[in-house]
Structure formats: C-alpha cells, structure tokens
Design a binder for this molecule. Sequence first.
Ligand SMILES: Cc1cc2nc3c(=O)[nH]c(=O)nc-3n(C[C@H](O)[C@H](O)[C@H](O)COP(=O)(O)O)c2cc1C
Length: 156
Amino acid sequence: MAVLHVLYSTSTGHTEYVVDTLIAALGAAAPRLTIEKQCAEAAQATDLLRGDALLLASGTWNTGGTEGQLHPRMSALLKDRAQDCDLQKKPCAVIALGDERYYYTARAMEHLMQFVTQHGGQVAESLVIVNEPYGQEEKVNKWAAKLLAKVPALVS
Ligand SMILES: Cc1cc2nc3c(=O)[nH]c(=O)nc-3n(C[C@H](O)[C@H](O)[C@H](O)COP(=O)(O)O)c2cc1C
C-alpha cells in the first residue's frame, strides 16, 4: 500500500486547511493510499524520507526579518535540521501560500522547489494558493487529481 508523507507548517491555519482539503480529495480518489500528516516542528530530517512520496507545504513569511521566506518552522526544518538530507530521487510535491499584498507573493514556492532539487528529490507537482484558501477548494481538488496522475506510486 502506497504512503504519502505530508509535512506542513502554519500559523493562521491556512496551510493546514489546504493540506486537509487535499488529504480529503486524495482519500476519496485513492482510498488505498495511506496519508501521514506531520507538522514541521515535530519532524526531523529522517521524516522527509518516509513514504513513497513527500509533500511539503508552507506559507510565505518574513522569517529572519526579510519577506518572501518560508514559514519559520518549515525554514528551521529544511534549512537547519534537514540541511544534509538526501531525498534519493523521491517524488515530491510542493504547496506554497502567500498574499498578493506582499511584493514577494508566495515566494515560499521558490524555497521549496530549491530544497527539493538541491537535495536530490524530484518535483512532481506544485501548487500556489494566493490569499485566503477558503473558496479555493476546487483548485486544490483538481490539483489532487493531477498529483495522483503524475505519481503512479501513489495509486499502486
Ligand atoms: C508577518 C507576515 C509576513 C508575511 N510575508 C509574506 C510574504 O513575504 N509574501 C507573501 O506572499 N505572503 C506573506 N504573508 C502572508 C501569508 O503567507 C499568508 O497569510 C498565508 O496564507 C499564511 O498561511 P499560514 O499561516 O498557514 O502560514 C505574510 C504574513 C504575515 C503575517
């Protein structure tokens, strides 16, 4: 049975809402898929290697005093604790959130993509959610279908 490991961080609940919407859509479309959900602050580098595929989800924050960064707790995981992680060609999906009122809108995406590619993972699909996620469920649901089509390991 295939396993998707989901790592996310959130302050307002927006990212968790997107992740939960996605998990519901994946669960409906692929009932045999096991989905593990873990918050970044509880994760260590080895957790990135769990499952047949990895999903990273983060909002964009002013971590370290500069806008356009990862959420602080995702940043601490990816840039500190998992800085030497080798993803061993694992299929990865990435979700970034942001707000159009900021100049570097949803730039967490760049950091997530960079992390995956620089650590030997393969980016299968990416999703950007700008502004509040409430009312954007259909976008997430459609993306769930794309993700399943792109990562055959998840439906095997
Ligand atoms: C202090 C602060 C800094 C932020 N910086 C950015 C930013 O640089 N770029 C952006 O697109 N959104 C920025 N945002 C908006 C958040 O990314 C957005 O509200 C997101 O949905 C928050 O989700 P989360 O709480 O799950 O992380 C910022 C929000 C706050 C409160």
